[in-house]
Each structure stands twice: as structure tokens, then as C-alpha cells.
Design a protein around this ligand. Structure first.
Ligand code: FE2
Ligand code: FE2
Length: 361
């Protein structure tokens, strides 16, 4: 079935064109590059994987609760109108909300694919071009994996306006570091937090595995943004850094306040304002807001965009305390967890083999 038939809202034209105005840059100094950047490149090359074979796609989703997520992860759970629904209607709400969320993962991954390709073309340093080229194939694989998972829902949503606006802004900007800042720091950071919620809470093994494997790659992407920008920002003027801090704050507010799934509530005939009112104070949203910035705030501090503007803004948002989160520890744990999923699959396969060997011939 054509993918488009899964959309419950018409996404419009088949392609979206974002005008570009930047120089494609060559570099004739084939020097060795920075050791840390080349180390990341080597890791990117060595850790390639095939979504077709690493994941067991024969696994199914659950009919009532596709990714088998706790009810508390549905932002309108507890709302009177939802609680009064029949079992079938509740299942429909869960399916649509999860499909909306996953659709944003997939659409965002396409944004990451295009941004990574732009970085390859535009960034002046050869070692960064090398690394970013491994990210291009990573992002293609992520689009593939999320698309395969989403097809099992039979329901898909177009990219949500705030995400599209942010990607548009990041791609149009002719300064190479803005693509990094918007994509590698903000969107990747938010994505990691969102993927983690599914990885750590989904009882469905397929959904959990897809997110675990994607996260194994994403943590390298955030590390890349960090390496490249940490070297660059000290050379900018305070005014130039201020502009970037303002952009960061705006982007953080946009992702925090407008990622509200209003398309889902409208599609299902629920009152978006009533849903928003319920969501605002829900435990889900509180957890979402703090999880969201765990992966961003420490990076922002680390790359040296830590002037008054950003510190005041983050204090106001109540997230300044996240500045000292150990990002390296998070990254190491993302890699360990992905390996645990490999081990689990190998174990299940070995049990199946042994059971088969016991069958009478
Ligand atoms: Fe990705
Ligand atoms: Fe990424």
C-alpha cells in the first residue's frame, strides 16, 4: 500500500522545497584532522548497521496499545472524556497518539538527513565533512526504521507545524553553525529525550528495539555538534553569541510549548482546548518537559553559549539545574542499552534453535 494512504490528514504536495543560499565548500588541505573528530568518524564507520537484519520485523504491535506503553504516557489519560470512552475508542486514541508521535520521529529524521547532507557540503573542515557523511547514512537508516514501524500502525500524520518551522529556519540560514545548533543540538537533543521515553517504557519489544538502536547513533550526533561548536564559538563576538543564545531559547520554547498533538485531538473529534488544559498539568507533560532538556542544556553550556541571555532564560524555564548533567555517561549508557537489545535477540534465537533441535525428526 502506498505510504500516503496512511496519512489521516492530507500532507499536501509530495515534496517540500526549502530555498538555499550558501556556498558549497571544498577544502584542499587534506590534513589529519582533530583527533577527537577523527575518532568519532572512525566510530561512525565501525558502528554502521543494517535495519533490515538487526531488527526482527516479524514482530507485531499490540492491537489495543501498539507500543504497549503505560497509560500514564498518554497525555489525556485521566481526563473525564477519555476515561468515559469504550475500550475500542480508547484503543483508537492510543493508536493515534502513538502514531502521531512516531510520525514526528520519522519526519524529524528526514529533517536530520537533509541537515546532515547540508553540513557535509557547507562545513569548512574536512574532518567534519568526514564525520557528517557517516551521519547522513545513519539518518537515512533512521527514516527507514521508523517508517517500517509506522507502517505497522496503518496511521500516519504529516510533520507538525512547529517542527517544520524550526527545520525551515535551520535550513534557510546561510551560516553553517546554525544548522548544527538547530539540528545537532536542539532537535537531536529533544529527539533523544523523546526516543528514550519509548525505549525505556515500551513493553513491545519491536518498538523498544527500534528506539534503542536509533539512540545508539544519535548520541554520536550530539557529540559531533558539541565537538564542532566548542571549537568555533570562542572565536565569535559577544553580539554573535548573543544572537545564537536568543535563537536557542526561542527554539526551546517552541518545542516545549507547541508540541501539543493538537492534530490528533482534532482528528479524533476531541476538543483541543480541553485536551490542552488537561495535558498542561499532567504528570506526563511535567516529565516530558524536564526530560526534554536533559540532553540540551549541558551541551549548550559545554559549547560556550552560556551568557546572561541563556542563563536567565533557562532559569525562567526552570531547567538551569540540568546544566551539570553528565552527557558522556548518558551517551555510554545509550550504547550499552543497544547492546543489551542485541544480546536479548541472540538469546531468544538460541532458545528457539534449541527447542527446534529437541523436536522429533
Ligand atoms: Fe536520526
Ligand atoms: Fe541524528
Amino acid at each position: 500500500m502506498p505510504f500516503r494512504d496512511n496519512y489521516v490528514i492530507d500532507p499536501g504536495a509530495a515534496t517540500w522545497a526549502v530555498p538555499q543560499n550558501f556556498d558549497a565548500r571544498f577544502n584542499w588541505d587534506y590534513d589529519d584532522g582533530r583527533a577527537a573528530m577523527m575518532g568519532l568518524y572512525r566510530k561512525g564507520v565501525e558502528m554502521q548497521w543494517n535495519a533490515e537484519t538487526r531488527i526482527d520485523w516479524s514482530q507485531d504491535l499490540d492491537e489495543d496499545n501498539p507500543q504497549q506503553l503505560p497509560e500514564a504516557m498518554l497525555p489525556i489519560s485521566g481526563m473525564a472524556q477519555y476515561e468515559a470512552m469504550s475500550r475500542r475508542d480508547k484503543a483508537r486514541v492510543r493508536k493515534h497518539f502513538q502514531a502521531w508521535n512516531l510520525s514526528q520521529f520519522m519526519q524529524g529524521e528526514q529533517g536530520a538527513l537533509i541537515c546532515a547532507a547540508k553540513i557535509v557540503t557547507q562545513v569548512p573542515d574536512m574532518d567534519s565533512k568526514f564525520y557528517a557523511s557517516t551521519q547522513v547514512i545513519d539518518e537515512a537508516r533512521h527514516v527507514e526504521a521508523y517508517n517500517r514501524l509506522l507502517r505497522k500502525f496503518g496511521v500516519a500524520y504529516p510533520i507538525t507545524a512547529p517542527l517544520q518551522e524550526l527545520i525551515d529556519q535551520v535550513l534557510r540560514d546561510s551560516r553553517w553553525d546554525m544548522t548544527y545548533l538547530g539540528m545537532q543540538v536542539v532537535i537531536e537533543g529533544l529527539a533523544l529525550a523523546a526516543f528514550q521515553q519509548v525505549r525505556d517504557n515500551a513493553q513491545n519489544p519491536l518498538a523498544a528495539a527500534v528506539n534503542a538502536y536509533v539512540m545508539q547513533d544519535e548520541s554520536r550526533h550530539v557529540a559531533f555538534g558539541r565537538l564542532a561548536l566548542r571549537d568555533y564559538y570562542p572565536h565569535l563576538s559577544q553580539a554573535e553569541r548573543d544572537e545564537r543564545e536568543e535563537f536557542l531559547l526561542e527554539a526551546c520554547y517552541l518545542m516545549r510549548d507547541r508540541f501539543d498533538a493538537v492534530e490528533v485531538w482534532r482528528t479524533l473529534g476531541l476538543d483541543p482546548a480541553a485536551c490542552a488544559a488537561h495535558m498542561y498539568d499532567s504528570g506526563y507533560m511535567q516529565q516530558f518537559r524536564s526530560a526534554l532538556f536533559t540532553r540540551i542544556v549541558p551541551i549548550v553550556k559545554d559549547i560556550g553559549l552560556w551568557g546572561d541571555t541563556i542563563r536567565e532564560g533557562y532559569t525562567e524555564m526552570g531547567i538551569i539545574g540540568l546544566a551539570d548533567v553528565d552527557v558522556q555517561a548518558l551517551q555510554d549508557s545509550d550504547e550499552d542499552i543497544a547492546r543489551q537489545f542485541d544480546a536479548r535477540r541472540a538469546y531468544v534465537a538460541s532458545v528457539a534453535d534449541r527447542a527446534k533441535a529437541m523436536e522429533p525428526a
